[in-house]
Design a binder for this molecule. Structure first.
Ligand SMILES: [Zn+2]
Length: 632
């Protein structure tokens, strides 16, 4: 460590809260090197790499083929000389012999990504070269030398066949419907924690990408429309006059406009430029963590705009007319964008557009959602609100979901609870998330949240990343908001602003919340994020002394949670007493609570309590049989 760095760390340590959490080695190195700071900010020496992609592709619907070429400029902003380049070839997951998290139908397997040309700084490579290692879904090109602060040029030509049955996040959904995600040769992330990300794509792993610039040209037959990440640069030349006018009016309309309607499809109206057999659509996106698109020749397109506080966001839904739902997906998606922007997280929507494309699955990507259209309102809502929430995590924040899936799935679950309930009260998803957590809480699948996601398989992965993390975030919200109204939102926003466009690790989250709360919350982080345990409170004993009810509550499961006691005079009259999460701060396993019901209710008859219950539907409890006390 040099003198300057010692000084920076010394200054940083004066400002930050003493930390009591164990820090694994790969993270400790980042603090020692000053790439991250102990109060949860990017460090003085923080860096990240990026790529510029110039991609030119053609979709050949008759042969289900995507054929493309790309030029990548990769910038090494790290202090290291890179000796490898790692290129992700996601679609190799469809190659016979590759590792997969799920059973794939053999007849739908393919050659994966067929590279027809690969050049690095002008030097041509082929797969027989000794420098090339094909590990499955990664292509490692060794014997490189990219010094700190330098860039390298990579050119690739490739093609692959869209899967039709094994459609994980992407594929051919109908004879004229394609969605492309995880589709172009992509430079893997090289970061200050793990160096090159060498994880294989086996189907379950999701995002970890740098923030890149994209210039993408997509050529399709002239009856196909394309909806994609980024801004369409040649809309005026591609759309017919009628479509173009509707497209423009949707950009300032808070009512849903049918840019392409049923009758356009049934009358076979020419919707796009027909001066050539094919059209080339040009999209540009800067600072985006990925690029995806959907294309179809027969889809309806609804669109409206919504104001997020600083700009209009265009919300589109693109779908097959038989899948028309009895509710308005476009309008409700716009309303959820509005709620995310103004309520929680309360940060303007990160993009100027979002398009929900009716492919299959329920899968987010920047500015795009690939969605199965379902007719049950609550469950349709559950999927699209969740996928839209992902715009914040992992896209506004560049989360490494391959290692810390809970840092994005948990937030997508938690942030969605409010819009979901505002748009449909039939299912209370906050309570549902608690029930889903309880399904596995206290089992061996209930691993500590701080388990690397690649070490968790199916059930444990879903349990930990989605439901346990969601409940833990809600407990954190309870904890902070009882300290000071709005403290949780303040800390969340600060964390998001510090790490927007960057790659936060779990400790950046813990330390930022400690920093804003003004204390070491290790006593809360440990049981909820680092240790095994289950949520289980119980009423041990009760006595009444002059109208003051003394209630002994045991924390049998070690998780700190709020204590909510309801004292019942009769079936209709009750008084509720809430004690904050802090009561478990010292790690004790039982505590006396004193409640005076007649003071709260203002009626002396409350003196006589028949029943006491513990908990609410928002507080998880693995055993509720011991949460009731009845007067004998
Ligand atoms: Zn998700």
């Amino acid at each position: 460590m040099n003198k300057k760095m010692q000084f920076v760390l010394f200054i940083a340590s004066l400002n930050c809260i003493a930390q009591s959490l164990f820090i694994p080695k790969e993270f400790q190195d980042a603090y020692d090197n000053g790439t991250r700071s102990p109060e949860g900010r990017p460090g003085y020496y923080y860096w990240q790499n990026k790529s510029e992609y110039d991609i030119d592709i053609t979709i050949l619907p008759d042969s289900s083929l995507l054929r493309g070429s790309e030029k990548i400029i990769y910038y090494n902003n790290s202090p290291d000389t890179l000796k490898w380049i790692v290129i992700r070839l996601y679609q190799n997951v469809n190659r016979p012999g590759n590792q997969r998290d799920y059973l794939y139908e053999e007849k739908d397997l393919s050659k994966g990504v067929v590279i027809t040309s690969l050049k690095i700084n002008g030097k041509e490579y082929n797969n027989r070269d000794k420098e090339i290692e094909d590990t499955g879904t990664n292509l490692i090109i060794k014997k490189q030398k990219i010094p700190p602060g330098k860039k390298t040029d990579i050119s690739v030509s490739w093609e692959f066949t869209f899967p039709k049955i094994n459609i994980m996040r992407m594929g051919q959904y109908d004879i004229n419907v394609f969605f492309a995600a995880y589709w172009y040769p992509q430079i893997a992330v090289y970061d200050d924690i793990d160096g090159w990300d060498l994880q294989e794509y086996k189907g379950n792993t999701e995002f970890y990408n740098d923030f890149n610039d994209y210039n993408v040209k997509i050529t399709v037959p002239n009856i196909y429309g394309v909806w994609a990440t980024g801004d369409l640069m040649n809309a005026d030349k591609i759309y017919s006059t009628k479509v173009y006018e509707r497209y423009l009016s949707a950009q300032s309309s808070d009512k849903v406009i049918q840019v392409i309607g049923d009758d356009d499809i049934s009358n076979k109206t020419q919707l796009y430029n027909s001066s050539s057999q094919v059209n080339t659509w040009i999209f540009i996106a800067s600072g985006a963590p990925d690029f995806t698109f959907g294309t179809s020749s027969g889809y309806i397109w609804d669109a409206r705009s919504v104001y997020d506080g600083v700009k209009n966001v265009i919300v589109s839904t693109v779908y097959n007319s038989p899948y028309k739902t009895p509710f308005n997906v476009c309008d409700e998606s716009a309303q959820s964008v509005e709620m995310f922007s103004h309520v929680l997280p309360g940060i303007p929507f990160p993009y100027n557009k979002i398009t929900l494309f009716n492919g299959g699955d329920g899968m987010e990507s920047p500015m795009m959602v690939n969605m199965e259209w379902v007719n049950d309102h609550s469950w349709a809502l559950y999927t699209y609100v969740h996928e839209i929430a992902h715009t914040y995590f992992p896209f506004y924040m560049g989360i490494n979901e391959r290692k810390y899936a809970w840092m994005d799935e948990g937030w997508a679950q938690m942030l969605s609870e409010y819009p979901e309930y505002a748009l449909d009260t039939a299912v209370d998803f906050r309570s549902w998330n608690v029930q889903r957590y309880l399904r596995n809480a206290g089992t061996l699948d209930d691993a500590p949240i701080m388990t690397a996601s690649y070490n968790l398989a199916e059930n444990a992965y879903d349990h930990v990343s989605y439901f346990k993390a969601c409940v833990a975030y809600n407990m954190l919200k309870e904890l902070l908001n009882t300290r000071k109204t709005g403290l949780f939102k303040q800390a969340l926003q600060e964390y998001m602003l510090r790490w927007n466009g960057r790659h936060p690790i779990p400790y950046d989250f813990f330390f930022t919340f400690d920093d804003i709360a003004g204390e070491d919350l290790g006593w809360f982080w440990r049981p909820w994020f680092f240790e095994v345990g289950a949520p289980d409170l119980s009423i041990d004993s009760v006595y009444n002394e002059g109208g003051m009810y003394h209630i002994l509550v045991e924390n049998d499961g070690s998780m700190p949670m709020p204590v909510v006691l309801t004292l019942w005079h009769d079936d209709n009259k009750s008084a509720v007493f809430t004690f904050p999460v802090d009561v478990w701060k010292d790690g004790k396993d039982s505590e006396w609570f004193i409640c005076m019901p007649e003071l709260q209710a203002g009626e002396s008859e409350y003196f006589d309590i028949k029943k006491i219950t513990l908990g609410t539907k928002y507080i998880p409890d693995t055993d509720t049989t011991d949460n009731v006390w009845k007067k004998k």
